[in-house]
Design a protein around this ligand. Structure first.
Ligand code: SF4
Ligand code: SF4
Length: 176
């Protein structure tokens, strides 16, 4: 009688007697040891955390930066689009009106008096960057620090806005 199979991938298992060398197991063990030794002395594919430095992709998405413009003014206008786009609800902000005399600090009439990202919620998806109409927020190749308390993972403007004497290059991200 013909044998039918739904997948046609049925393989008949061989029940033949083991040979003398197969019953000794030693040849198979030596062969396995050979494979182990080959990998032991071969090129390592793993990284030792803390010792080896991995090369990150040029589009790696790490810690955010809130950018300033060429004149050093904060670009963010607290429109909230990044917070709306964020699937993790990690962003909160409080908007404020720019006062006369603050034109050198903030680019437009409105700015973020408070801007916070909860790094424990963030999944580094980059949607905030894509949603921003002012090119104000970008994800960088920097890492979020290890902290001991939850509240320390809430990054405010003091952590996110780039420093004038330490501008963050985001040109890699602007090309993608
Ligand atoms: S990277 Fe994604 S999860 Fe993180 S703050 Fe931006 S939108 Fe939210
Ligand atoms: S970072 Fe961009 S999207 Fe978010 S509030 Fe500021 S201007 Fe709007």
């Amino acid at each position: 009688m013909a044998e039918y199979s739904l997948s046609n991938r049925k393989v008949l298992v061989s029940n033949k007697e083991m040979t003398f060398s197969e019953r000794l197991y030693l040849p198979a063990i030596m062969k396995g040891m050979g494979v182990t030794l080959k990998h032991f002395f071969g090129k390592k594919v793993t990284y030792i955390h803390g010792k080896d430095l991995r090369n990150y992709s040029s589009t790696y998405r790490g810690l955010h930066v809130l950018k300033r413009d060429d004149e050093g003014r904060e670009r963010c206008v607290a429109c909230g689009l990044c917070a709306v786009a964020c699937p993790a609800e990690a962003i909160t902000m409080v908007a404020a009106e720019r006062l006369p005399g603050e034109e050198h600090l903030y680019r437009e009439e409105k700015y973020a008096a408070i801007y916070e990202i909860n790094m424990l919620r963030c999944i580094f998806c980059g949607l905030c960057e894509q949603a921003c109409p002012k090119e104000a927020i970008y994800l960088t190749d920097r890492l979020v620090d290890v902290e001991l308390t939850r509240k320390d993972f809430i990054y405010g403007k003091e952590d996110l806005v780039e420093k004038m004497d330490n501008r963050i290059d985001i040109s890699n991200r602007q090309h993608h």
